[in-house]
Structures are given as structure tokens and as C-alpha cells.
Design a protein. Structure first.
Length: 356
């Protein structure tokens, strides 16, 4: 049976049916009451992940196994969503009030997730990046967050969507459309390595029409992967070199602002891979797992850099910057070692409005 294309009319009809809405109240002293940061740690033995919540002083407040290899995270005021590493087919919805898994949602048989999602401003709907395995192309899945019900999808103009984020002030979403055609039966090897192109797609939730921003000169051979938007509405885009025969090694990070698109001259510090990007006030943080570099940018200016082996997750909390490598996490001046048998994974999340 064909997967329904999501429309605003269908969304309103589903809402009118009266689907159950989760009711939750914040319990004093629960993890998200005091958490500044939520991250992922993955077992080196079985490859399964746990979510952990850190307080402002760097102490671990809680840990929660999710039953799959986790990747990205998103949040609403009441829920945390944990996405699987591609080509995983389950994501978990966690209740912030008690740090319990509210639901585990499975993708349709002909879809898998790409590890990221974003929530509408009112917290009602979740948008996820997915692979249409029948057509080998990208779609954005639409879910009702309170129930986990999949309402439909929006087809994208190409393959390999990765991170999706929401504009800082409205329900305008940005998708890093990596352009790589893959199928889990063939591992992570792209079918179109020598010809793929990557681009950013805008998706306005009021119309649900994707608007591709086009292919940028100098992005040949680079799959755009990770995104963040600063307080000024500037979009930071990080990529990964897949086809070195076509890639210009200096182009790996782009800035999209009112004046257009600018390639930032920091690519040679990142070893061909931007593993994570996070907004940081009037700028952004970027990390490279390849070189261990963590960069702070404000627009097109490089403010500073630090290094930690296997740098991956980055976030900016109310108490300071967080970044982690494979075995070490730094929260401001505090440091946290990974537990024996575990590594910190690629992404983390600064929890909104939950600091002490």
C-alpha cells in the first residue's frame, strides 16, 4: 500500500478525530528539572546506546537504555526524541517528567531513518528524515508527537537527507539533502558516488512544499550533513567529503545568510568531515571526529578552536559549551570520562529552559 503524502488538510482532519494526547506534569527533582545537557553513550560490546542527562556541574543525573544504536536528538517542552543511527528503523519518545520511554516508534517496512528529526514550534508534530527504499530517494516523515502516529510524508527532490532543523523563530525547516543513494541491503556504500550532488531544502510547514536552494559551486563530491542556525538567523552547514576526485578540500562549511551563501575557509582543519554543528548564541560550534578539532564561529569569523580526540557532539548550554570526544566530555570547566566499555556518540542536545 502506498505511503500517504502528508498535507495540511489531512493534519487538521487527523487532529479533529480526537487522537489521544499525552498528559504529563513535571515532577520536582526529575532529571530534566536540573539537566543542562543530554547525550548518547554507546556500548563497545553490543553497539546499543544509552541516553544520559548531565547537570550544570557535570554530574550525571540519570541514564536510560533505548535498545538501539542512537544518533541524533530533538526535544519539545515535554518530550525528548532519540533517533537511530542510519539505517535504523526505530526512534524513542521520552517523557521529560520522569525520564521514561513513552513510546518506541517503528518506521514503515519500506522506510528507514537517517538519524535526525525536528519538532514544530507548538510541540505537536515531529518531522524526520527517511529513506524511501522502493524509490531510493528521500522523504520527510510527519508524526503526531503525543501518540507517535505517522500521519504521512513529504517527498524530497533527491536522496540521502540527513539532519533537519527548524528555524529559530518559525515553522520553517531546513534539510541537509546529502544526495547519496543507499540501501541497507548493500551497507553504507552509495550507488551514485561519482555523480551525486548535495543541497539544502527548505520546507515551510504551512505549505509543506519543499524548496531546494540549489547546488553550490565548490560543493562537488561533498555530502551536506549537519546544520545549525544562530540567533541572527544565519544557517551553518557542515559536510563530509565522499568523492575526493571531485571535492575541493577547502570547501566543507558554508554560511547561508541574507547576503547569500559563503564558503568558509576552515575545511582544511576538519579532515573532510564535520561530525556535528550546534548553534551557540550569535554563532555556532563545529566538530570533526577525524581531526578532533572543535571550532567556534561567528558568521564567517573563526573565534577559537580546541581539540579532543574523536570530537563529535557539540552543544551550547546556559552554563557553557559542551563538547565530547570518544572518551572525554567537557562541560564548561568540568570534565567527564566515558564509562568503561562505552564511548560518547556523535550528537548531544542542550536542554531548553531546564537549568537550575
Amino acid at each position: 500500500m502506498a505511503t500517504p503524502v502528508f498535507t495540511r488538510r489531512r493534519m487538521l482532519r487527523e487532529a479533529a478525530i480526537g487522537l489521544g494526547v499525552l498528559s504529563c506534569t513535571t515532577a520536582l527533582g526529575q532529571p530534566f528539572e536540573r539537566a543542562d545537557y543530554v547525550g548518547v553513550e554507546t556500548s563497545l560490546t553490543d553497539g546499543l546506546s544509552r541516553i544520559f542527562a548531565l547537570g550544570a556541574s557535570g554530574q550525571v543525573l540519570a541514564r536510560l537504555p533505548v535498545g538501539f544504536r542512537a544518533h541524533g536528538l530533538a526535544e519539545s517542552d515535554t518530550h525528548l526524541i532519540v533517533f537511530p543511527r542510519r539505517p535504523g528503523n526505530k526512534f524513542a519518545i521520552i517523557d521529560k517528567a520522569n525520564f521514561d520511554i513513552r513510546a518506541t516508534v517503528t518506521a514503515p517496512a519500506s522506510r528507514h531513518f537517517f538519524g535526525h528529526g525536528a519538532v514544530t514550534a507548538d510541540g505537536a508534530y515531529l518531522l524526520t528524515t527517511e529513506n524511501d527504499l522502493d524509490q531510493i530517494t528521500g522523504v520527510v516523515g510527519i508524526y503526531e508527537l503525543a501518540t507517535g502516529q505517522r500521519l504521512g510524508e513529504v517527498p524530497l527532490p533527491d536522496a540521502g537527507p540527513h539532519e533537519i532543523i527548524r528555524h529559530s523563530s518559525r515553522d520553517l525547516f531546513y534539510v541537509a539533502l546529502g544526495g547519496l543513494e543507499t540501501h541497507p541491503d548493500y551497507g553504507r556504500t552509495p550507488f551514485n558516488l561519482s555523480s551525486f550532488r548535495s543541497q539544502i531544502v527548505q520546507l515551510d510547514f504551512t505549505t509543506l512544499r519543499p524548496d531546494a536552494l540549489g547546488h553550490w559551486a565548490g560543493s562537488e563530491g561533498v555530502s551536506l550533513r549537519h546544520l545549525a542556525m544562530d540567533q541572527a538567523g544565519r544557517l551553518y552547514v557542515g559536510g563530509q567529503i565522499y568523492d575526493r576526485a571531485r571535492a575541493d578540500g577547502g570547501n566543507l562549511v558554508w554560511l547561508v545568510g541574507e547576503s547569500g551563501v559563503t564558503a568558509l575557509e576552515v575545511g582544511d582543519r576538519l579532515g573532510g568531515y564535520v561530525s556535528s554543528v550546534a548553534a551557540s548564541g550569535s554563532g555556532a560550534m563545529l566538530a570533526s571526529k577525524t581531526t578532533g578539532d572543535v571550532l567556534w564561529l561567528e558568521g564567517d569569523r573563526l573565534l577559537k578552536s580546541e581539540r579532543v580526540t574523536g570530537a563529535s557532539a557539540v552543544a551550547s548550554t546556559q552554563r557553557g559549551a559542551v563538547y565530547s570526544g570518544a572518551r572525554l566530555l567537557r562541560l564548561g570547566a568540568q570534565e567527564q570520562d566515558a564509562l568503561a566499555g562505552f564511548e560518547f556518540d556523535n550528537h548531544g542536545l542542550a536542554v531548553r529552559g531546564m537549568g537550575v
